[in-house]
Design a protein around this ligand. Structure first.
Ligand code: UDP
Length: 365
């Protein structure tokens, strides 16, 4: 029996690791120890409840300081203790958060094998996304097993000198999560007959300030010009995000500002959207997989596959650019259908079981 500590703490980590935790728990050769960093307390709780997962330990690192340096330093110390006290034989970290990096570093110092899920993403700019690009590069260097979600990610790892026998291209576990959530029978008061649903989110650190103001101004113009749209905007709890969005977008009839939506609602509304406008990484993968045209409000993306296929458009953060891209999609039906038909799926929904099989092979023999 091998004990695996699974580290998470943000909403996207919880969403993408839950299907893997459930798959690992089914295997009698593994014992799973779930370790929450304490970063996104309420956002993660909803996800864990949905999947029926309980946390074995919460490190509460946010209570000890909230700058990136505080969190990384505290997470390094707390994960070190957690790995030692849980007697973990291996750790799983996901993606690119500073706490995932700290957990990988803690495991490295203790010489405990590191498993990186969603490895190999690169924007090729250390400052965008910041500090996530650094975190990804560093975690990949430290990891014994890198699970790449796509062939592009696998190529990035090889180009960075990672040995081929430590890389496995398995698909993205976000597609596994969508298999749990999206259902034909979904109903919601947020859906309005005869209106085209536009799902809008913006929270990225690089966009806070002028870029987010520009994006909101574009969204406002779209809402005013296209009265047949209903724009739903679940707001990230970060006060710096809300201080931009609330003054610019409240009081407009067809814009609904809400608290973060439970994952079940978010995925089902996403699957029924006409257009998605977001700067989120995970939402790009979900929209692309579900075949929903999306504008990504960033200057570059590490999820290049959906863009290359044509379902995702990089719209930047300039008001005119975001507005023009959205207007074209909302008015040009042929263009819209072209985008829709070029969906790219970030996996077949079986990434978790593939990872389990590979880990059985690698850790148990
Ligand atoms: N999400 C959610 N409710 C919301 C907004 C987003 O459940 O109100 C989910 C969404 O489905 C996606 C994830 O949160 O899987 C994205 O998280 P976020 O945008 O915070 O992070 P990123 O992916 O950019 O790191």
């Amino acid at each position: 029996m091998k004990k695996i500590l699974v580290a998470f703490g943000t909403r996207p980590e919880a969403i993408k690791l839950s299907p893997l935790i459930l798959a690992l728990k089914k295997e009698e050769e593994f014992s799973v120890f779930t370790c929450h960093s304490g970063q996104h307390k309420t956002l993660c709780d909803d996800v864990l409840d949905f999947f029926g997962i309980t946390e074995d330990l919460n490190l509460k690192i946010c209570e000890k300081g909230s700058t990136v340096s505080d969190m990384t330093a505290n997470a390094l110390l707390s994960y070190t203790e957690a790995i030692i006290s849980s007697e973990a034989d291996a750790v799983i970290v996901h993606g690119d958060t500073s706490t995932a990096f700290a957990c990988a570093l803690a495991a490295f110092y203790l010489k405990v094998p590191i498993i990186h899920v969603e490895a190999g993403l690169r924007s090729a700019d250390l400052f965008s996304p910041f500090p996530e690009e650094w975190n990804r590069v560093a975690i990949d260097i430290l990891s014994d097993y890198c699970f790449a979600p796509t062939e592009d990610a696998e190529r990035n790892l090889l180009e960075n000198g990672k040995k081929e026998n430590g890389i496995f291209c398995v698909g993205n576990t976000v597609t596994d999560a969508l298999k749990y959530t999206v259902t034909d029978s979904y109903k919601s008061d947020l859906l309005e007959e005869g209106k085209r649903l536009v799902l809008f989110t913006s929270h990225r650190r690089e966009n806070i300030g002028m870029p987010m103001i520009n994006i909101c101004n574009a969204v406002k113009r779209i809402a005013e010009e296209f009265s047949d749209t209903r724009i739903i905007c679940p707001m990230h709890p970060n006060p710096a995000v809300r201080s931009v969005i609330v003054p610019l977008l409240s009081g407009i009839e067809n814009i609904i500002l809400s608290e973060p939506l439970p994952l079940f609602d978010f995925h089902n509304l996403l699957s029924r959207s006409y257009l998605v406008m977001s700067d989120s990484g995970g939402v790009q993968e979900e929209a692309s997989t579900l075949g929903i045209p999306m504008l990504i409000m960033r200057d570059r993306t590490e999820r290049t596959e959906g863009c290359k296929k044509g379902i995702i458009r990089l719209a930047g953060t300039d008001t005119a650019s975001v507005y023009n891209h959205a207007k074209r999609i909302l008015t040009d039906k042929a263009e819209y259908e072209r985008m829709k038909s070029s969906a790219y799926s970030y996996g077949d929904g079986n990434a978790s079981s593939r990872i389990c099989e590979i880990l059985k092979n690698k850790l148990l023999h």
